[in-house]
Design a protein around this ligand. Structure first.
Ligand code: ROI
Length: 159
């Protein structure tokens, strides 16, 4: 079993309902076990500003899937939840990003782990720190230090 962290994001339709339904759904599936989800946070869009605010959270789970099989699984879930891929960095119904796969470092054309944007994104770091305040990344950086390095946290906890 491998411990993984997955970022959840949505900003189209009813994002809170989408994320709740997703969580209910994954609890029924055998691919992910021991699921624990952070609070939900409302965040300003990173990237183009002419799109709705996001709802973000982080999910902890354990899995037997290999990294690329997990990626396929997450992309299938995005599709099942009605994801339509629009412009790069544009609005989305559901975005699932693999953040960490235990201590693995992976550079693959389809998948980079840890997620390359992890350290700069408060909407990822804050919920991740809520689940794992003592977490240390594969490169040795502590999550608390990464959070301290981000000047302002423009996040509102909503649930
Ligand atoms: N901005 C926020 N706040 N939350 C996201 O999940 C998110 N996801 C994205 C981009 C477009 C980079 N901006 C985001 O993919």
């Amino acid at each position: 079993m491998t411990e993984v962290y997955i970022a959840l994001g949505a900003n189209l339709g009813d994002p809170v309902t989408t994320l709740r339904k997703l969580l209910e759904h994954v609890q029924q599936l055998s691919e992910l076990s021991h699921c624990r989800c952070s609070s939900f946070y409302r965040s300003k869009p990173m990237g183009p500003q002419d799109q709705p605010d996001y709802v973000n959270a982080v999910l902890y789970a354990e899995t037997e899937l290999a990294p690329l099989a997990l990626l396929d699984f997450l992309q299938q879930l995005e599709n099942d939840f009605g994801r339509v891929r629009g412009r790069r960095w544009g609005a989305r119904t559901l975005d699932l990003d693999l953040l960490l796969y235990s201590h693995l470092k992976l550079q693959h054309e389809r998948l980079q782990v840890p997620h390359p944007g992890l350290a700069e994104r408060d909407f990822v770091l804050l919920p991740l720190a809520e689940l794992a305040p003592e977490l240390v990344l594969p490169d040795g950086r502590a999550i608390g230090d990464l959070l301290d390095a981000i000047a302002s946290h423009d996040l509102v906890k909503i649930t």
